[in-house]
Design a protein around this ligand. Structure first.
Ligand SMILES: Cc1cc2nc3c(=O)[nH]c(=O)nc-3n(C[C@H](O)[C@H](O)[C@H](O)COP(=O)(O)OP(=O)(O)OC[C@H]3O[C@@H](n4cnc5c(N)ncnc54)[C@H](O)[C@@H]3O)c2cc1C
Length: 400
């Protein structure tokens, strides 16, 4: 799959942070992880810390799949509003899903605190009503989220104007969100895990996967065998080829990033900003004082159409920004596009397929892909340890 256009900002900014060899011998291990993006790296981190002998393989360089393109807003707010998720999945499961995402941000903060270079920063998150008609939806969300203990404020027109400088009828300001450099974090996680015995092989494509009674056997593009007790498939949107049921719908998404500004204060606490409209526009700032804007999603994933649309999409994102913040001159420095996958309820797929007890999927699908990746890593580690995990059911393949 052509996952992204060639030059996302993070790749140009950091280049290849660490290189790894391709696999040139047969190996035996406890756990093999296919995919060295943020999902595979977080799974490796948790599994290595749980004491498993772990191997990660990737057909690209580390982090060069969707992770290199990620704008990496970390939010507890799932693409499906809590009101809708309750309707789709029932109150208990919907509330638990939201609370797990909230916890995931705190868990990620604890991991990231070791590495200043991954630029993890806590931020508030502002969701504004795109249209007057969305105010009542937002009000319902406000009440429901407050009831389950999420820290957030209702902002009226005046408060939005005073704190953010633009005109919208209403907005929710949540306390707990964050941003991170997902590409750098992926490298940091894997590099650090080498001290715990992790082996990483890039430029190693898995061409054959078979599960037997005792575990799994994988074959690489050069005919090398990997035997393991358990397999974690963390191949991002390319994981779909290992699943017979349809779990994802592919889209194209676009992002632009400005030149750095001399000010480090653009709006209230440099909050992450998004809206009620679908597909939504979103904004954030970066540690080097740039402004990042994303959205304008298309419901196709053809890479040629996507990359051809990039220039016009960048203009359209600039215009959307200008409408919100006419006083901030936005000068685009980089633009890129990527594949993006949604699910029927906005939640990821995590865990085993029926009849495949040795293969776990860690599919961080949806707008909260990275938040879901840490939840996947935690659940899979528990399952690999032979422990039950009550939350696995929420993200299972046989859910309604
Ligand atoms: C433009 C954009 C903006 C985004 N913004 C956000 C955001 O703000 N917040 C958020 O949480 N998420 C966001 N996402 C989603 C997020 O980036 C993804 O959820 C996340 O990067 C997926 O990581 P992954 O490790 O699962 O997949 P990937 O990073 O794609 O990694 C999977 C890896 O598997 C490897 N692989 C595949 N098949 C094989 C094989 N057969 N053998 C060996 N290796 C294989 C690939 O080479 C790849 O490196 C965004 C995505 C895009 C494109």
């Amino acid at each position: 799959m052509d996952l992204r256009s060639d030059f996302p900002f993070w790749l140009l900014d950091k280049g290849i942070i660490h290189s790894y060899p391709s696999l040139q011998q047969h190996i035996n291990t406890d756990i093999v992880i296919m995919g060295a993006g943020i999902s595979g790296a977080l799974a490796a981190w948790h599994l290595c810390h749980a004491g498993f002998k772990t191997v990660v393989v990737d057909k690209r360089h580390v982090g060069m799949g969707s992770t290199a393109a990620s704008t990496a807003l970390l939010q507890y707010e799932i693409d499906t509003p809590l009101t809708d998720l309750i309707r789709l999945r029932g109150e208990r499961d919907a509330v638990r899903s939201y609370l797990l995402c909230l916890k995931a941000i705190a868990d990620l903060e604890a991991i990231c605190s070791r590495w200043p270079e991954v630029a993890f920063s806590k931020r508030p998150s502002l969701q504004y009503a795109s249209y007057k008609k969305d105010v009542s939806l937002l009000k319902k969300e406000f009440q429901l989220r407050k009831q389950i203990g999420i820290a957030l404020q209702w902002l009226d027109k005046n408060a939005i104007k005073n704190w953010f400088g633009f005109e919208k009828e209403a907005a929710l300001l949540s306390r707990d969100a964050a941003e991170v450099k997902a590409y750098s974090l992926t490298h940091a996680l894997l590099h650090q895990c080498k001290q715990l015995g992790l082996e990483v092989y890039d430029h190693t494509a898995i061409t054959h996967v078979a599960e037997n009674k005792r575990g799994v056997e994988l074959i690489t593009n050069t005919g090398k065998k990997i035997k393991a007790r358990k397999l974690v498939i963390a191949c991002g949107y390319e994981s779909a080829r290992y699943i017979s049921q349809k779990v994802q719908t592919l889209h194209s998404t676009y992002a632009i990033i400005s030149e750095p500004y001399s000010t480090d204060h653009h709006w209230h606490q440099n909050a992450l900003i998004w809206e009620t409209n679908r597909p939504y526009l979103y904004l954030r700032t970066t540690e080097d004082n740039r402004i990042l804007i994303g959205g304008k999603d298309d419901d196709f994933s053809d890479p040629r159409r996507r990359d051809k649309a990039l220039h016009a999409k960048a203009r359209s994102l600039e215009q959307a920004f200008h409408k919100l913040f006419p006083a901030i001159p936005f000068r685009t420095d980089f633009k890129w596009a990527g594949v993006f996958a949604s699910t029927k309820d906005g939640l990821p797929y995590i865990g085993n397929l029926p009849g495949k007890p040795h293969t776990y999927f860690a599919l961080g699908l949806g707008g909260n892909g990275i938040t879901f990746s840490i939840i996947a890593a935690q659940i899979i580690t528990q399952l690999a340890l032979g422990k039950s995990n009550d939350d696995a059911r929420l993200f299972g393949f046989n859910r309604p």
